[in-house]
Design a protein around this ligand. Sequence first.
Ligand SMILES: Cc1cc2nc3c(=O)[nH]c(=O)nc-3n(C[C@H](O)[C@H](O)[C@H](O)COP(=O)(O)O)c2cc1C
Length: 262
Amino acid sequence: MGQSESSPAATEKSTTIESSTTNPKSSTQTKTPSVKAKPYESKDQIIHSSIQPRHTQELKPEDILSIHEYHEIAKRKLPKMVYDYYRSGADDMTTLHDNISSYKKFKLRPRFLLKDVSQVQTKTSLLRGRGGNIDFPIMIAPTAMHRMANFEMGEKATCMASEKMGTIFCLSSLATTSLEQICHHVMESKGMKLEGEVTSPENQEKLKHHFKHWYQLYILKDRKFTEDLVRRVETFGYKALVLTVDAPKLGNRESDHHKFVY
Ligand SMILES: Cc1cc2nc3c(=O)[nH]c(=O)nc-3n(C[C@H](O)[C@H](O)[C@H](O)COP(=O)(O)O)c2cc1C
């Protein structure tokens, strides 16, 4: 399953994002670009659309305004092989393109003339309440191998970010942090360390009320392994299983074939 059971001790990293390349011209610039951004190669253009990101060289996470700026930072910081894995899709990336363009079809219809909007709330519940409650209607979809981007924290960092934002993280079956490690990490961060057997009534009660995340599952040919995995997911308090049914065969991701070309 590609899961690593051995994670080094979790240590919070400095939050300042620094460039991995030294560019004396832009290192003195912060948010206002005075040089033209490099044109993107054609496949990246699909993702960036027409928005010209700011220079992100010295942006701190709290200053980042858009997904485009995250993308720019990732492009500069990550090894090419890792960046290509995260940003690409299969073949001509038609579905990736469709996914992005379909969000543009959504329009927000203001209703302020008809309603009192001095108090608004974005909270919602999932699966008729049984999937949990979230502070705003966005969850974190399952994606594989976060420790390629952040070796120390990986999926723990993503999960803690979702906790901070009051939403739900769906852990991938191809995560590089085990489902048990994620659960222990979240519970400890809330001062609710699971003592002794995780199946004890006290621990199960804590998990029922204080662990809200979901788990993504592939149904593997080894049904016994799949069943045992589901039991572990259930024991560690994951609130929903997200079945991925569209991966009987891996996609032809062209950039992965070129992974050693720089
Ligand atoms: C780098 C990457 C890794 C992914 N890994 C998984 C995975 O391990 N399991 C899974 O079910 N889906 C995985 N997905 C699919 C996403 O969960 C999601 O369905 C897909 O990205 C479409 O949503 P989007 O348009 O919001 O990106 C992955 C997607 C990306 C881009």
